[in-house]
Design a protein around this ligand. Structure first.
Ligand code: DAT
Length: 183
């Protein structure tokens, strides 16, 4: 397993990963949280498009084939500084040491189905994402990739959930202190 967050370096503000199936509210939540807690928000999908951090287009899945090494290289310096929110529908390729908290947003299937269809998802792309949520794929991936005590699942079914989640996470960020260094 990668070097843990406990051996982190100089950061004086925490880094937070917001993950979950597409449509669970990662970008909405991250952007509100960035404003509320004065953090910097990286939407990995946007970053990949803007900086060309991909290996071309996947015709089957209708998305770019992300180049994970290029994404990690692009983010490394910012993550060292801290105060970053990363928003992506995957979490197993980031260095474990980057994050102090890993939030997994979860949405009821019928609600998620409506959100994804109104986004234009259909066929295999729709089914794959609904199954991803049913089988809690991102929660499992987060628990396999990070210490269980930093993984925080949160419901994201309605606007009240968003407000509560942003308030909870803002409080968590503001109360965070760097761990005492042993040397
Ligand atoms: P993601 O970044 O996980 O793909 P998003 O933030 O882009 O999701 O949200 C997708 C759509 O669903 C968008 O129109 C906002 C809406 N939405 C997200 N979370 C919600 C919530 N908890 N309550 C109501 N609407 C929500």
């Amino acid at each position: 397993m990668a070097e843990s967050a406990q051996s982190r370096s100089r950061r004086v503000r925490p880094n937070v990963l917001v993950t979950g199936t597409p449509g669970t509210g990662k970008t909405t939540t991250s952007s509100l949280l960035a404003d509320a807690a004065a953090m910097r928000h990286f939407n990995i999908g946007d970053l990949v498009r803007q900086k060309g951090l991909h290996d071309g287009w996947d015709d089957h899945l209708h998305c770019h084939v992300i180049n994970e090494d290029m994404v990690c290289d692009e983010l490394e310096d910012s993550m060292e500084d801290g105060g970053i929110i990363v928003d992506y529908h995957g979490c197993d390729f980031f260095p474990e040491r980057w994050f102090d908290l890993v939030v997994v947003l979860q949405t009821d299937n019928s609600v998620l189905h409506d959100r994804l269809t109104s986004r234009g998802y259909m066929g295999a792309k729709l089914t794959n994402n609904i199954e991803c949520e049913i089988f809690q794929v991102l929660l499992e991936e987060a628990r396999e990739s990070y210490a269980s005590e930093i993984v925080m699942p949160l419901h994201s079914n309605n606007v009240e959930d968003i407000s509560r989640n942003v308030a909870t996470l803002t409080e968590w960020i503001n109360n965070w202190r760097p761990p005492a260094q042993s040397n």
